[in-house]
Design a protein around this ligand. Structure first.
Ligand SMILES: Cc1cc2nc3c(=O)[nH]c(=O)nc-3n(C[C@H](O)[C@H](O)[C@H](O)COP(=O)(O)OP(=O)(O)OC[C@H]3O[C@@H](n4cnc5c(N)ncnc54)[C@H](O)[C@@H]3O)c2cc1C
Length: 391
């Protein structure tokens, strides 16, 4: 490990490794620190992502695709099932461990140094540089960097240490629990969603196939609606009811920031990306594609700033501007929709399902489903059309 790098990245998730790749490819020195012993492990993710979005950042390799998705199913509290084939969107469920490894390999091939079991615990500004303190396999180390990129996920401390407001409101955190279940009856090419206050108040249950009879089954809840019962307890009850014969291969718990993106994404010598920047889609909780997008933008801007010998916030702000131009409005629309959907009751879900059940299945689309969901609040129709129909 050297004493100084142009760019130091904290966090080896998709945001961090992508930033490392795009920065290193421009010939500057890049180091990435990941606190866990292995990139991509433990997996705390349902692993679903749109294939066309993924293809913008990485050549798709069938080894890290667990299943390809062509259909979606929605289940009302009483059991009405609305299923449809997706005409446009093609999704996939990843093997995140392999996918995250592939991203790290690309970063390494581009020239980035990657250290695992490297926990960054302090950040100090000294003039234009930053000093990072870290524990690397039991040893204390310090390095300096011209630019630090905080890619340290929902638990992010780096941006906070740099004095940026990162506190999440209670209503903007979705506690999640997930199990990988084997020996269950599922649709191997369909992602299913269960909506009910009894299963996942303020959130939803997902069943994402990882094989013919294996799936990631998980849920997110909202603390405001859920009361004292934990996400894991909700999940245990759901699994008991729906998959009583399942074998539980893994159990994980984690949080998703279903918030608005941070107001401040850069400071002198500092950039914030991915979950750390709250760039997750607040309606779905999906954040892989945003992490890749922000990683690429920030990595490129950081490298160009180093070449121009200017790591000031004014220079780095072009990352924030690009993010805002590409995703800002869309993200705010999703946030408004999330707020509305989170307040729907079981009766609302029943009414929506009953109305959609009258439609021929081949005519059901995501736009139709969400138009039904917001029919009592017509001002949101425009948001639905913009985000789901791309109008
Ligand atoms: C239960 C669940 C299900 C989800 N399902 C989906 C889904 O189906 N599709 C989707 O698109 N998104 C999903 N997400 C969200 C998705 O996982 C994240 O948005 C995505 O991983 C964000 O990438 P990231 O690189 O910003 O952060 P992360 O992937 O969280 O990576 C951050 C990394 O930083 C490391 N780190 C933290 N602090 C330090 C430190 N001080 N020093 C060194 N390293 C540090 C962490 O160990 C971690 O590896 C889900 C999330 C959860 C919790």
């Amino acid at each position: 490990m050297k004493k100084h790098y142009n760019i130091a990245i904290v966090g080896g998730g998709p945001a961090g490794t992508t930033a490392a790749r795009f920065a290193a490819a421009r010939g500057v020195s890049v180091v990435l620190f990941e606190k866990d012993r292995e990139i991509g492990v433990p997996v705390r993710c349902a692993e679903g992502v749109a294939e066309d979005v993924l293809a913008k950042y990485i050549e798709i390799d069938s080894r890290w695709i667990a299943s390809r998705i062509t259909a979606f199913g929605f289940h009302s509290p009483s059991g009405i099932e609305i299923a449809f084939q997706s005409a446009t969107a093609r999704g996939c469920v990843l093997h995140r461990r392999l996918f995250d490894h592939a991203l790290a390999e690309l970063a390494s091939e581009a020239g980035a140094e990657i250290y695992t079991k490297a926990y960054v615990h302090s950040l100090r500004k000294n003039g234009p540089k930053s000093t990072l303190g870290l524990r690397y396999i039991g040893q204390e180390k310090e390095i300096t960097a011209d630019i630090v990129i905080a890619a340290d996920g929902i638990e992010s401390r780096i941006a906070h240490l740099a004095g940026i407001k990162t506190k999440l409101a209670f209503r903007d955190i979705e506690p999640c629990a997930q199990m990988q279940l084997a020996n269950i009856d599922i649709h191997p090419e369909r992602c299913d969603f269960y909506l009910s206050e009894k299963w996942a108040p303020g959130g939803y249950v997902w069943v994402f196939p990882k094989g013919a009879r294996t799936a990631n089954v998980g849920l997110g809840i909202n603390g405001i609606h859920a009361g004292p019962k934990s996400a894991l307890n909700y999940l245990q009850d759901f699994v008991k009811e729906h998959f009583p014969k399942a074998t539980v291969l893994t159990t994980t718990a984690a949080g998703v920031p279903v918030a608005q993106t941070l107001k401040q994404l850069v400071a002198d010598g500092l950039m914030i990306i991915g979950d750390a920047a709250r760039q997750v889609n607040p309606l779905t909780g999906g954040g892989i594609s945003a992490a890749l997008a922000a990683g690429k933008m920030a990595g490129q801007v950081a490298a160009e700033a180093i070449k121009a010998d200017d790591n000031s916030a004014r220079r780095l702000t072009s990352y924030q501007k690009e993010w805002e131009k590409t995703y800002g409005k869309e993200s705010r629309r999703y946030y408004r929709l999330k707020d509305w959907v989170m307040g729907l009751t079981d009766q609302d879900f029943e009414d929506i399902a009953a109305a959609l059940a009258k439609e021929p299945p081949e005519e059901i689309t995501l736009v139709k489903i969400f138009k039904q969901a917001v029919r009592k609040k017509p001002s949101l129709i425009i948001d639905v059309l913009k985000v789901f129909a791309g109008l």
